[in-house]
Design a protein. Structure first.
Length: 133
């Protein structure tokens, strides 16, 4: 996965939570300033826009969550012992845990290129120790 693809997934992971925060802030602002609105019709247009904005963010959150659940079980990025844990965390935490999963298993994933083959280790061999920088 390229760096730009991972960055785009990061934005898609953060966006649903930001949508809820922005929605709540704007609803509070509209409630406070609703006395200054001349007609209720103008307020209804704003609320309709906000509800559409929130619905789009929630739908995007579910799409990303389904993609991450597929990513958990299709690839070997998540250790087998943690797959069910991440499934429960994603289902229970929904949009609030998407950025955490993205950071741990997508952003920190090493970039594979054709020019740099991955080393092969045979049974009994151990990889060389990682030296601190």
């Amino acid at each position: 996965m390229t760096r730009s693809t991972r960055m785009m997934l990061g934005v898609l992971s953060i966006w649903p939570a930001l949508t809820v925060v922005i929605f709540m802030a704007l609803m509070i602002a509209f409630t406070v300033y609703s006395a200054e609105v001349e007609t209720a019709e103008n307020l209804n247009h704003y609320q309709c826009f906000l509800m559409s904005f929130l619905a789009a963010g929630v739908v995007l959150g579910y799409i990303v969550m389904i993609g991450y659940i597929v990513h958990i079980f299709k690839g070997d990025h998540v250790p087998p012992k943690r797959r069910h844990l991440w499934l429960i965390v994603l289902l229970m935490g929904q949009m609030w845990t998407l950025p955490a999963y993205w950071y741990v298993y997508i952003w920190r994933q090493p970039e594979l290129t054709a020019a740099a083959p991955q080393p092969m280790y045979f049974e009994g061999d151990r990889p060389p120790p990682i030296e601190p920088e």
